[in-house]
Design a protein around this ligand. Structure first.
Ligand code: DLL
Length: 435
């Protein structure tokens, strides 16, 4: 069994990792230029040739690739290998417009599973563990990625997929699952169900969870850790870059180490495209250094976060990304003010509510309306009407302090907000329907 703490890579001095990235980048740019006419055109338009790229210091010369490019090129326009060499397809959930489809060669699948294996090991996983994979299986990358990683680590893998919560709980208990992988909102739901069934954290066999695919706050982490009696680790990735495992958290739980030997990260100003210095907040851009079938150069993720090279107590030298605050396109502009759902979640959890909420934005005349439905727990529900009204006011006030604008808060009955088994839908923006 290969050891998936890949120490020589994960603790490599920065100069060495940069030299490795430079070497891979030069090769990758040639591969793309020769095999992807769509990107070759973008390079030609910018007047850049592969000879101009001598190392990572030249990365800024390359054009960006955006989600719109991926949609334009659907389905085969960015394919860099013959289909006969591809073994897998995954796809984004794509609620609007065309989906993005990503192709994988066997080497691509191996690299991706390696990244997920590193994440499982960083969360304390070994071949002694039983790993319950409760991300969706299928076109979504969550199930397949963590499943492959779990196999590589040698865990006993429970391929549950998402949903059927009672069965999740039965298998978890009967088969002694020690690690669970799912979205944080589903983890919270499983925790809530376990609590209702009378399980206390010490009766649950889990010791760790690997949660990602959607933004979640530190407050939510603490809530999940408490209910399930585990350590909750973050994991990040996107379909376009292969799936989960681009970055993962270690025991320090202060941001995710990026698998820099495979993914080169930059932070840019989302409005101007200017590359920002380390430590600045901006849009995360990835260059995949090894992907064969669906290589991406300077792909704009639209995720907003910060990179850091501060020394990590786990010994890994891989650069860290902070928890993404959400996508630049998750950000709502309400009455001219920028609002992220994660800010609302932080207020709720600080004020003693559960992260079961929905934001509804609409427009009446020329004014935006901004409503937040928040679920009460059973104790809060038994309150008097005037008590509930006072709580709604207090919560609206706390949100105003965080956001700078006043929402209308509606406290709603326990269990009236639909639970998520995958990525939670937090926002209903009805303004988009009128536009
Ligand atoms: O969500 C891949 C994944 C599966 C990641 C399982 C982690 C675990 P997509 O469906 O293409 O792929 O969505 C990618 O989800 O651009 C982020 O906006 C968001 N996202 C992913 N992980 C995190 C995270 C998968 N840990 C999009 N924190 C990304 C915040 C995340 N947002």
């Amino acid at each position: 069994m290969q050891n998936y703490y890949q120490k020589e890579i994960e603790t490599m001095p920065v100069e060495q990792i940069e030299a490795l990235q430079s070497e891979k980048l030069v090769k990758q740019v040639k591969h793309v230029y020769e095999n992807v006419p769509y990107y070759r055109d973008l390079m030609d338009k910018k007047g850049v040739t592969p000879d101009d790229i001598k190392g990572i210091e030249d990365l800024h010369k390359l054009p960006f690739l955006s989600k719109a490019d991926l949609r334009d090129a659907y389905p085969y326009g960015l394919l860099a290998k013959p289909l006969s060499e591809c073994v897998r397809i995954h796809s984004t959930s794509g609620t609007t417009g065309k989906r993005v489809v990503a192709f994988y060669t066997q080497n691509d699948v191996d690299m991706w599973e390696d990244c997920c294996a590193r994440a499982i090991v960083a969360a304390g996983g070994t071949n002694e563990d039983v790993c319950q994979v409760a991300y969706g299986y299928g076109l979504f990358t969550g199930g397949a990625g963590l499943h492959g990683g779990s196999h590589k680590v040698g865990c006993l893998t429970l391929p549950m997929s998402s949903g059927n919560t009672d069965r999740q709980i039965q298998f978890m208990n009967d088969l002694g699952a020690t690690i669970i992988c799912c979205t944080p909102s589903y983890a919270a739901y499983i925790g809530e169900t376990l609590e209702e069934q009378g399980f206390t954290p010490d009766q649950i066999p889990l010791k760790a969870g690997i949660f990602g695919a959607e933004p979640w706050t530190e407050e939510m982490r603490r809530g999940i850790e408490k209910t399930l009696g585990i350590k909750a680790y973050d994991i990040y990735g996107l379909t376009e870059t292969s799936g989960p495992g681009v970055a993962f958290e270690c025991c320090e739980q202060t941001g995710m180490h990026i698998n820099e030997d495979h993914f080169l990260a930059e932070i840019i100003d989302p409005d101007t495209g200017e590359v920002l210095p380390l430590g600045s907040k901006g849009e995360l851009v990835f260059t995949a250094l090894d992907k064969e079938a669906f290589p991406l150069l300077r792909y704009r993720t639209r995720d907003i976060c910060v990179l850091s090279r501060e020394k990590c107590s786990c010994g890994r030298t891989l650069i860290k990304m902070a928890k993404p605050m959400g996508r630049s396109d998750d950000m709502m502009i309400i009455r001219g003010v920028n609002v992220f759902p994660s800010q609302i979640e932080t207020v709720l959890l600080n004020e003693g509510y559960q992260p079961n909420y929905q934001i509804i934005v609409d427009r009446k005349g020329n004014t935006d309306t901004f409503d937040v439905n928040v679920e009460m727990n059973a104790d809060q529900f038994s309150d008097t009407v005037s008590g509930v009204t006072a709580k709604e006011k207090a919560l609206a006030n706390a949100m105003k302090i965080m956001l700078g604008i006043n929402p209308t808060v509606h406290l709603v009955a326990p269990k009236s907000i639909v639970r998520s088994e995958g990525k939670a839908v937090r926002v209903i923006d009805k303004r988009k329907l009128h536009d």
